[in-house]
Ligand binder design. Structure first.
Ligand code: MD3
Ligand code: FE
Length: 214
């Protein structure tokens, strides 16, 4: 049972910090409830269409700015055209606390967009870089529900070297500095590993970003 081993802070690369179990169960529960509301609209959670016509297996809903491959807009042109939901102050505050926990100082972190990704039992995300933001500010990642295998690569290519990391419910990962533009992906989730008390079947990942857009 690897769950009996303590899971401790690790810094797998410069600027990359993993804080296992950073969210309390109550915080996770509140985020599940909030995500359920955000997923209901005004812009519905949906699988984005890739430029080649295929659909992502992950479903996404956004706050602050709407993301589709590969740009941010204020209205959800590829998902009904609605106005994207507001990015709440409490979520920005959580993001500043996350950056402070990782680096010891929140700096001037002011996230203005969140992507909420939902993974069912078969969803995965291929290796990619996040470079649609016009900001080098860190990305804060919060995982809730089923655990997954997250692949953290390098900034040069989508290939090796990489490090595979188990992300579990409540884990915080902050990607800043030299890690901000590293390739990364999600190989698979482990269905059924989430805490049943969360009332969530699958995995949620919330990323907070500074878009640098106005
Ligand atoms: C490393 N999401 O939404 S979170 C994404 O679990 C995304 O849903 C994954 O990749 C998920 O773009 C991975 C971890 C993550 C997020 C953003 C990063 C790692 C990152 C940005 C730069 C470097
Ligand atoms: Fe990403």
């Amino acid at each position: 049972m690897d769950s009996l081993l303590p899971r401790e802070r690790s810094d797998p690369a410069p600027g990359a910090v993993h804080l296992p179990g950073w969210l309390s169960r109550d915080q996770q529960l509140e985020l599940v409830v909030a995500c359920r509301e955000w997923a209901a609209g005004p812009v519905p959670m949906r699988a984005a269409r890739m430029p080649n016509g295929s659909m992502m297996s992950v479903k996404t809903v956004c706050l602050g700015w709407h993301w589709q491959p590969y740009r941010y807009t204020r209205t959800a042109d590829d998902a009904g055209g609605g106005q994207v939901a507001e990015f709440p102050d409490w979520l920005a505050e959580l993001g500043r606390n996350a950056v402070a926990a990782a680096y010891g100082d929140p700096g001037y972190y002011a996230p203005d967009a969140a992507l909420i990704n939902f993974y069912d039992a078969t969803a995965a995300m291929g290796m990619h870089q996040d470079k649609d933001e016009r900001s080098a500010a860190p990305v804060v990642s919060l995982s809730i529900g089923d655990s997954c295998i997250f692949r953290f690569g390098n900034t040069e290519t989508r290939n090796k070297p990489w490090t595979d990391v188990a992300l579990e419910s409540g884990d915080l990962f902050v990607f800043g500095g030299a890690s901000r533009f590293a390739y990364h992906g999600v190989l698979k989730t482990h269905p059924g590993t989430g805490d049943p008390a969360l009332g969530l079947k699958g995995r949620l990942n919330i990323t907070l970003r500074e878009t640098g857009l106005a």
